[in-house]
Each structure stands twice: as structure tokens, then as C-alpha cells.
Design a protein around this ligand. Structure first.
Ligand SMILES: [Zn+2]
Ligand SMILES: [Zn+2]
Length: 323
């Protein structure tokens, strides 16, 4: 029902005749050499897989369909898939250990060879990843590492290309783990690196919100969407994340979310509303520390601010005196 609401908010007639359509410039048309790098969290110990059996298959099928769709849009389009799991992060596609000559192109039921290759490679790699994860029983989300890997991959591809054939990269993160404040710094480093490299970071959260990824998408000009039911995942992916940022402006997107810009304290890795900031290294603490644990600067204990209690007490005293 929610999907329908989005369409209702943006009737077709207004979309077609609205100013952005008339003012369509080169920028708003998707250029060739689009690179879509999808980062996915497939940690087998996460809650989503425990609560909904069969959701991993559904998730992987939706993602593979998105990748195929992206490659179908233009012959110069490229895709990559990086997974974070409980023992680390791995490339699912392209297979980093496989050279181009190893690729076996065999048609299967008339299926396009590239799609067949993508599907078999990803399935094989997921099975291998799950095998290595059997010994590890950690539910910690290693998404920031996988995102860093994706950024490195983009950077390597870009540097190997001629100026005229540079890729138009973008990142899409799919996860169902909420805030992992333990990796706050890593996430922030990824966001600002992506912003500097001009790579939009789209986030698709499954059944849960993530304040950190909201911030990341906002910083880099990407789209943040929370999908409420896994059954609607493919629809969301094809509708919102298949078109690049240029085309997206012309579509009826869901209303933007209010970004939660809280930072995590460096002492307990918890998101705080108000905190103490080291004036030397800008580290954030939830309570006053006489010595900054990051840069070891020593601070004077601040005088107590006039508290409300005291003010209230003074006022009642005044009132008593007036009487
Ligand atoms: Zn703290
Ligand atoms: Zn400091």
C-alpha cells in the first residue's frame, strides 16, 4: 500500500509536464559507462535471517536481478557486488581470483551468457563465504569494511581508464542491521571519501532504520530508503535504485527522510544528543573527561553552569523576601 501512496503523491500528468522534464539537460540524462557497486550485508547471524527463513535467497535473487537490469540498460554499464559477512568482506562479483580467460561462456536455456556468468559466480561465492562463516559466530556488522573495499575497487577501475572513458560510479548499500556505533569512525571516513570522489551513496535498509547510513546518503547526495517488507524489495530496487541520480530527479520519489545527525561518543560508541567536544582533535565524549583519550590534551575542570535548580531556589527566595 505504501508504494501506491508514492505514486498517488505524484500524478503522471504533473510528472510529464513539470519543469524538470522541459529543462532536461545533458546532466539529467544517464551517461554511458555507469558503474553500480552494490554492498550487501549477508552476515548469517543477523536477526533478519533468523526471523524470516528463506530471506537470504529472496535477497540475493532481488540483488542479482537488479545487477542484470543495470547491465541491460547499456552495453558499457558495469556492476560489482561486495558482501560483508561475519568473518570479513568479500567480492562476490566480479570474482577477483578469476582471470578473464577463465570465464566459461556457455548458454543455458537461451540465457544471455553474461547474466549466466554473473548468477553462477555469485551463487558459488556466497556458498564459499557461508562455508568460511561457519566457524565464526559474530553478529557484528562489518559493512564499513565492505564499503571501503567497494571504494577501492572503483578507484582502481577509474585509474586504469582513459579520461574519456571514465566511469560514472555509484554505491548502493543494502543492509538490515541498524546502527553500529562501534564503527562510527570507519563509516564517517567512508562517507567523506565518497563525497570527495563524487560517488553518491544510496542506502536501502531492510525492516530497520540506520542513522549512520541516513547521514551518509545525505552527505553524498544519495537516496535513503527503508523497505518495510522483503516482498517489496525488488520493486523498490528497480524503481528507485536502478535509475541513476540524473534520471531520479524526474521520477516520483518517496519524500526525503529527516536525517538523524547525532554523533557517537568516542568512549562508549553510543549516539549522543549533547556531548563534550575536545577543542584540539574534535573527539566527542558523552561526559567530561579531564584528559582527552584520543590526543591526551589536558583540560581544566569547567565551573559548574548555573543550574535550573539553583535559579529556581533563588527565585523562591526572592519571592519569600518580597512577601
Ligand atoms: Zn560515551
Ligand atoms: Zn583530543
Amino acid at each position: 500500500m505504501r508504494e501506491l501512496q508514492y505514486f498517488e503523491n505524484c500524478p503522471v500528468t504533473t510528472t510529464l509536464h513539470s519543469p524538470p522534464y522541459k529543462r532536461m539537460s545533458y546532466d539529467s540524462v544517464e551517461r554511458p559507462h555507469q558503474l553500480l557497486v552494490v554492498v550487501i550485508d549477508i552476515n548469517p547471524n543477523q536477526l533478519l535471517f533468523a526471523r524470516q527463513p528463506g530471506s537470504l535467497t529472496q535477497l540475493m535473487n532481488s540483488v542479482m536481478t537488479l545487477l542484470n537490469q543495470h547491465m541491460m540498460l547499456h552495453t558499457t554499464n558495469r556492476v560489482a557486488l561486495v558482501a560483508s559477512h561475519s568473518s570479513g568482506c568479500s567480492f562476490l562479483y566480479p570474482d577477483q581470483n578469476q582471470s578473464n580467460s577463465d570465464i566459461l561462456l556457455r548458454q543455458q536455456d537461451g540465457q544471455y551468457e553474461v547474466f549466466y556468468h554473473l548468477e553462477t559466480t555469485i551463487k558459488k561465492k556466497v556458498a564459499a563465504v557461508m562455508q568460511t562463516d561457519l566457524q565464526v559466530n559474530s553478529s557484528e556488522c562489518l559493512l564499513s569494511g565492505a564499503m571501503t573495499k567497494a571504494l577501492c575497487h572503483i578507484n582502481r577501475l577509474q585509474s586504469a581508464r582513459k579520461e574519456s572513458e571514465r566511469l560514472c560510479p555509484r554505491l548502493l548499500v543494502i543492509s538490515s542491521t541498524g546502527d553500529t556505533a562501534a564503527q562510527y569512525m570507519n563509516f564517517m571516513n567512508v562517507f567523506f571519501t565518497a563525497q570527495k570522489l563524487n560517488i553518491p551513496l544510496d542506502s536501502c535498509m531492510l525492516l530497520q532504520d540506520s542513522g549512520l547510513l541516513q547521514q551518509g546518503s545525505d552527505i553524498t547526495g544519495g537516496l535513503y530508503v527503508k523497505v518495510d517488507a522483503l516482498a517489496g524489495l525488488l520493486q523498490h530496487l528497480a524503481w528507485l535504485f536502478l535509475p541513476g541520480p540524473g534520471v531520479r530527479k524526474m521520477l516520483g520519489n518517496p519524500p526525503p527522510v529527516r536525517v538523524d545527525y547525532r554523533a557517537a561518543c568516542f568512549c562508549h560508541r553510543q549516539l549522543v544528543d549533547i556531548g563534550f567536544v575536545c577543542s584540539v582533535c574534535l573527539s566527542i565524549f558523552c561526559r567530561f573527561n579531564p584528559v582527552c583519550t584520543t590526543c591526551h590534551s589536558v583540560f581544566k575542570t569547567p565551573g559548574l553552569p548555573p543550574s535550573k535548580k539553583r535559579k529556581a531556589a533563588a527565585q523562591t527566595q526572592d519571592n519569600v523576601l518580597k512577601r
